[in-house]
Ligand binder design. Structure first.
Ligand code: CA
Length: 228
């Protein structure tokens, strides 16, 4: 049985969704405010959170970031704005998926099933690594960016994963060679540069307009959460 937390301030939407999702076999708890939602997300340990972005007390994307800071629970955002910019914004902030209002309960339920399927194996235990909208699972050898699967070569996967586990830290090329390529001495810098360039292309960024991958001249490279 899946335990859902629904954070929604509109009482009629809240009760309609609670009823519809309960009928589909979920255990649904709900919160009418961001503060209450955050409290329940931490204390109630739900399997998934459905978060309305338009809440009365706190901005929804701020709530999303706070949630991300304290739990890796999958989050589906409900937003009234249907634009690619909005979608990228919420996925960047750590949402697993989103639905645009007005949506039906069966639409939401389909998203819930998809996100739970995806997150099982991805977010279980120590295996999952996430940096912003980037998710990686070593066991499944799967990576996704903002909900879309990334096709990575084995070395690209290992390199990106190594950087992701050290997110925010500059990692030297020497260390990458030793840890990812098992070459205990320098001299193959070009290999790293080439792989970084390939990764950049797959992440949809360039050296001059970086998002996740930042090269630090003379020091190495680091991966950062571009939404921070
Ligand atoms: Ca609302």
């Amino acid at each position: 049985m899946v335990q859902l937390l629904l954070v929604e301030d509109d009482a009629s939407v809240r009760s309609a969704l609670t009823r519809a999702l309960s009928e589909r076999g979920h255990v649904v708890t709900s919160a009418p405010t961001a503060a209450e939602g955050l409290r329940q997300a931490v204390e109630g340990r739900p399997d998934l959170v459905v978060l309305d972005l338009g809440l009365p007390d706190l901005d929804g994307s701020y709530v999303l970031r706070m949630l991300r800071a304290v739990t890796s629970v999958p989050v589906i955002v409900a937003t009234a704005r249907d634009s690619e910019q909005e979608m990228v914004r919420v996925l960047d902030a750590g949402a697993d998926d989103y639905v645009v209002k007005p949506f039906s309960a069966s639409q939401l339920n389909a998203r819930i099933s998809a996100v739970l399927r995806r997150s099982q194996g991805e977010t279980s235990g120590e295996d999952a690594v996430r940096v912003g909208g980037l998710r990686m699972s070593v066991k499944a050898r799967e990576a996704s960016l903002e909900g879309r699967p990334l096709e990575l070569s084995p070395k690209e996967f290992d390199l990106l994963h190594y950087l992701a586990t050290r997110a925010g830290e500059v990692v030297s090329k020497r260390e990458l060679l030793a840890e990812v390529w098992q070459i205990p001495f320098g001299g193959a810098d070009k290999t790293i540069d080439v792989h970084i360039a390939w990764l950049r292309r797959k992440l949809g960024e360039t050296a001059t307009a970086p998002r996740y991958l930042r090269s630090i001249r003379g020091s190495g490279v680091k991966i950062v959460d571009p939404s921070r």
